[in-house]
Structures are given as C-alpha cells and as structure tokens.
Design a protein around this ligand. Structure first.
Ligand SMILES: [Zn+2]
Length: 174
C-alpha cells in the first residue's frame, strides 16, 4: 500500500511570514500538533509544531520557529516505510510530496486507522479493508478466516511496548 492512499490530502499549511500567534491559532482550531510551512509556490520549506512554539518563545514568525530539517515522503512511498520513519525517527507526521509540491500529510493517526480497517485472511494472507471483517476471502474463498492485522500500533505512547517474557512469551506480571 502506498502513502497516497491513506494520507490526509489538502493539508493545512502556513507561510514563512505567518506570525507564531497565527500558527498557534491554526494548531488550536484544528486540534493538530504541527503543520508544514510552505513558500509561495507551495513548496515545503519547514515544519512547525507545538514543540517549536513552546521551545522558541521569542520567535515572532513561522520562519524563525520552524524546523527546516524536514523528513518528507513521496505519494508512492510504501506505508511500511512511513511506519518505520514514524517509529524510528520519533516523529508524529510526515509531509507527502508530489514532485516538490506538498499534497498531503501522513500521521500516526492515519496508520492507526489503517490498522483498524485492515483484515488479513488466515489461510492465504490476502488483505481486505473495511470496518468489519469480510464474510469470505475474495481470493481463496475461505469463510470468516479474517483476523485483525498484527502490525504493532504506531500511536501515541507506542514507544512503551508491553512487557513480554522473552522465553515463554507470557505477559510480564507488573
Ligand atoms: Zn484467503
């Protein structure tokens, strides 16, 4: 699966000269924790997050508070690659580009939704999407052989993994 299929399109962005107050208002109004900063051509030049606003209280415009070190992906990057980035770079969202232009954003929440909607046939391994498991597998015809995907969740707090005994696999008593 490609990022373009699960990203949030038409992402909100701000310009470099947006004031930090404007940025704060956009974050607050849309209940998001960060957003891309674009130039007039729609090319991404940075990302500004809650953290940037809090960490740089003397900055007055987005340009001075944003992080320029932006990790981005292309529309046809695989979802697994993005999963890796979100987990191992400890970031919450990745801008999605077509050429140099910003066309969407993919967040931990998008991947969590993907886990919620994915069902894997226990017989042939075929994956189906939907709110409920399909009645039978489109590929091999097995009835109700579907289980939720076993991919680890990538949401907030996913860093703290459940403690499992490496020897017997039992949950560690807390
Ligand atoms: Zn099947």
């Amino acid at each position: 699966m490609k990022v373009g299929e699960i990203m949030t399109p038409n992402v909100i962005s701000v310009t470099e000269d947006a004031t930090t107050r404007e940025v704060a208002q956009v974050l607050d109004r849309h209940r998001i924790s960060g957003l891309p900063v674009c130039d007039d051509a729609g090319h991404i030049v940075g990302v500004i997050s809650e953290f940037d606003l809090i960490a740089k209280p003397t900055a007055h415009i987005a340009k001075d508070a944003m992080s320029r070190d932006v990790i981005s992906v292309m529309e046809d990057t695989s979802v697994d690659e993005v999963r890796y980035l979100l987990v191992h770079r400890r970031i919450k969202r990745v801008p999605v580009l077509r050429g140099q232009k910003l066309v969407g954003i993919v967040s931990r929440a998008d991947l969590v939704r993907e886990i919620a909607l994915s069902w894997v046939c226990q017989v042939c391994g075929d994956t189906e999407r939907g709110k409920d498991p399909p009645d039978q597998c489109r590929k091999c015809g097995t009835p109700s052989g579907f289980e939720p995907t076993v991919s680890p969740p990538v949401g907030e707090g996913a860093e703290t993994q459940g403690r499992v005994c490496p020897t017997c696999g039992q949950d560690w008593p807390s």
